[in-house]
Design a protein around this ligand. Structure first.
Ligand SMILES: [Zn+2]
Ligand SMILES: [Zn+2]
Length: 244
């Protein structure tokens, strides 16, 4: 159960990391099939990992802001100073203030893909009244190594949850080719070189992109990916994260 990070029982421990990862995946799959879900916030049994009562309590509603200066916007307005490469950011609260924060970190570290998929569906429901005509979904990728070790990409799982509601296609052409450090731990100069040549595209994106990540920390990763999407032909990019 998620109150404690899921990991394989100790007697199955193997020093071989790859073997351990595979066992962990199978174990999680087994639990997903046989254990019913409960709300991560109130711990009551529920169909999804977040119940409607709790989401109401924490005011889980879309907030639209400028990615750079955090100016409040609506879906049709733009910050006149900062509209490139990302037109606006949709998020559902501020990281430091939010109760969901700890659950997201726990789910990410314990390999709970479904937590992000469920949140994606909730997010989809809350943004479906906006005009998404012509948009493609995209998500910030992990390197292949990191993907394999974690077993899933939380941004991709979010995108798949959103897709289940909005019925938009997912653009899968962004790849991460260089392992990077956590942007939040670096200074301004290091941040720039850290992400340099870290991403590339393997196919051409659509003109309108909703770019998804789990949490916006410094925003530089979203900006870097958006720059590349722009260079390859995307004209309008809106970013979406659970928290900012
Ligand atoms: Zn609840
Ligand atoms: Zn701004």
């Amino acid at each position: 159960m998620l109150k404690e990070p899921r990991s394989i029982p100790k007697y199955l421990f193997s020093p071989n990391k790859m073997f351990k990862t595979i066992l962990n995946k199978l174990y999680n799959l087994f639990l997903d099939i046989f254990s019913p879900k409960y709300c991560l916030l109130c711990l009551n049994w529920n169909q999804n990992y977040f119940c409607q009562d709790c989401l109401k309590k924490i005011n889980f509603e879309p907030q639209i802001n400028c990615l750079i200066c955090d100016k409040r916007l609506n879906f049709d307005s733009t910050c006149q100073q900062h509209f490139q490469p990302i037109k606006k950011l949709i998020s559902f609260g501020i990281y430091e203030e939010n109760l969901i924060k700890e659950k997201i970190i726990l789910a990410k570290n314990s390999g709970y893909r479904e937590v992000f998929y469920d949140l994606g569906k909730e997010i989809g429901e809350r943004i479906k009244s906006f005009n998404w005509e012509g948009f493609q979904l995209a998500f910030t990728p992990l390197t292949r190594k990191k993907y394999f070790l974690r077993g899933f990409n939380q941004a991709e799982a979010l995108a798949q949850g959103i897709q289940a509601v909005l019925k938009l296609s997912i653009f899968t052409g962004i790849v991460k080719i260089k392992e990077t450090k956590d942007q939040a731990e670096l200074n301004f100069e290091e941040r720039k070189t850290n992400l340099k040549d870290a991403f590339k595209l393997t196919k051409k994106p659509g003109e309108k992109i909703l770019l998804i990540d789990d949490i916006k920390t410094t925003g530089t990763t979203l900006m870097e990916v958006a720059q590349i999407l722009k260079k390859e032909g995307a004209k309008e990019i809106i970013a979406l994260t659970i928290l900012r």
